[in-house]
Design a protein around this ligand. Structure first.
Ligand code: PEP
Ligand code: MG
Length: 294
């Protein structure tokens, strides 16, 4: 079986009728980057930066340490995309070095972009590290848990601040680095048309989007039998986002777990999703599925 899939390396992700869709991979650590290369993915569709913080225990990674990992990703992928998401601390991913205090509902608490709004100093080294890596490859930056235009404006302002610092220091970066937004809250779905005029690309985080749409904790095993990833509400949301994003001529990817669900692939191709980003070991199975679609 595995040997069969190996034969698909180097082949295109194309349906029988000639429709293409990109397959990228999700990573969280330095070690994962090697797996992406072996997987034959077309780039990194989601770099979950919070893992670089989780690995360090009670110490915060420095700008240089972050840069070294992003640099490895950028250089390893060559011309292929590397989408670095700023750290989405909180929710199911608590980081020892970032104290968020007691929260009764961490999944809908202080996390993601909300922490960036409060702790600029924590995020500036990260922005600088991502920008520095953007001089070395096809690197873009993405923001998690967006619910409003104000958050996007704040993220852009911090990016501009980091750019200005680097420019003053004569440090190289890509002035035109692309900016992306995660669609993983129902609010982001509803304002996706407006968002599409503000940023360059989008990625649907079906894990959080499903949890927030159903109002069900994705970590609670008591809800397993109700936690329906095929809920028509989620399907409608994905359609709405794809439409709104394409109306503005922007790219839409899916990077939540549903991206790897082979019973969903035909639907994603049908509605014109541009990219699916999955775990490295799922890349070739997904390619096989796409090549079988009429
Ligand atoms: C998601 O929510 O679907 C997603 C990709 O982000 P994470 O799983 O890291 O929350
Ligand atoms: Mg998420």
């Amino acid at each position: 079986h595995v040997r069969n899939l190996e034969r698909l390396k180097g082949k295109e992700n194309i349906t029988q009728s000639g429709q293409r869709i990109d397959i990228c991979a999700n990573v969280g650590t330095r070690e994962d980057i090697e797996n992406v290369l072996r997987s034959d993915a077309g780039g990194i569709g989601l770099f979950r930066s919070e893992f670089l913080y989780m690995e360090m225990g009670s110490k915060l990674p420095s700008e240089e340490q972050l840069f070294q990992v992003y640099k490895l990703a950028a250089e390893s992928m060559g011309a292929n995309r590397v989408v670095v998401r700023i750290a989405d601390f909180g929710g199911d991913k608590m980081v020892e070095s970032v104290d968020l205090g007691e929260q009764a509902n961490p999944a809908i608490g202080l996390r993601g972009i909300r922490i960036m709004m409060e702790k600029e100093e924590l995020f500036l080294p990260q922005f600088r590290a991502i920008l520095r890596a953007s001089a070395l490859g096809n690197v873009s930056i993405m923001f998690p848990m967006i619910t409003s235009m104000e958050e996007v404006a704040a993220a852009k302002a911090l990016l501009e601040k980091a750019k200005k610092q680097l420019k003053d220091e004569k440090t190289a970066y890509n002035e035109n680095i692309e900016i992306g937004v995660m669609i993983e809250t129902p609010a982001a779905v509803m304002i996706s048309g407006e968002l599409a005029r503000e940023v360059d690309f989008f990625s649907i985080g079906t894990n959080d989007l499903l949890q927030l749409t159903l109002g069900m904790d994705r970590e609670n095993p008591k809800l397993d039998k109700y936690y329906n990833p095929y809920h028509p509400a989620l399907m409608k949301m994905i359609r709405i986002v794809a439409n709104n994003v394409h109306l503005e001529g922007k790219r839409i990817s899916i990077c939540g777990d549903l991206a790897a669900d082979l019973s969903m692939t035909e639907f994603f191709v049908q509605i014109g999703i541009d990219e699916l980003s999955v775990a490295p070991h799922q890349v070739l199975g997904l390619r096989k599925k796409i090549r079988e679609i009429q």
